[in-house]
Ligand binder design. Sequence first.
Ligand SMILES: C=C(O[C@@H]1C=C(C(=O)O)C=C[C@H]1O)C(=O)O
Length: 318
Amino acid sequence: MKFEQSGEKSDSQNILARVAFEKNGFAPELHHGVPTVGVPMTTETEPGFHEVFAASGPVVAGKEGNLVYAVDGRHLFCSVQVSERDVYRDAARIAYDSAFELATRLGYPNILRMWNLVGGIIDENADGMEIYRDFCAGRAEAFALWAGRILHIPAATGIGTRGNGVYLYFISGRADAEVHHLENPRQTPAYHYPDSYGPKAPSFARATFTDGILYISGTASIIGDETVHKGDISGQVDVTLENIATLISTENLGKVRPEGGYTLQDLDLIKVYVSRPEDIPFVRSRCKEVFSPDARVVYLNVDICRPDLLVEIEAIVQ
Ligand SMILES: C=C(O[C@@H]1C=C(C(=O)O)C=C[C@H]1O)C(=O)O
């Protein structure tokens, strides 16, 4: 599995799936036989881009109900959209339930990385519950239903969009793939967050390491389970970067990667989510100082899963 980002569509044969980051978004579909989903994440002034998941072998793509997917013998890509609604819990559970059913039936029960793009993430649903909490409840119920058959809880991102409804996509691997899910010693595992953050804790690991690729979950200015440096973008960027540095350090990643850990200079395909547009220039200049000049970095102005979080960063090392 390899990832690429580009400003244009490349119509290569070896594509497992494509995610178009754009202004409006569209439900997953097969586009010239390639699963393609459009996520409403950019603004008028930001250029859109595509993220391409390269295939490791001959691709078979399909559509089942709302699910659009492709397999290549080693990986499954699957995407589903949940349209805007009053309450998301049941629809989120059903979307994940059907995706997990497909993943296990096709023989790819090892979820490696998930993205959950949640419109109105910090707004209230019709019952007065924050939509992120509402969504997390349904997702947690699906993981509980599939415990033991869906093998682990993987690295993930749960972030706002500039549109409505929820866009989900994930990649998963074969049952026998060697997969390590990592936690961060500075942070409470998200699946153990107390219920003050919602009726069911978020279902994700801090990172997944498999097949020489490290997927780093969306990471923010959280120590233990608490947001730190509220209202202070500079403090939040520093803690976010320190959290990632610790997560990928030899002391942590070295437990599962014999060659040891990484540093921030190794990150690539970095997504920097910034909730206040006026903070973007500052965040951009800090990131320039710490990331490699060769790293591909995009900045997206969207809400983050807690109203007090100003910045969040995800990345891949491959
Ligand atoms: C920032 C956090 O969580 C965010 C929400 C996630 C989710 O719900 O899938 C995953 C990672 C982050 O995007 C956090 O809790 O540290």
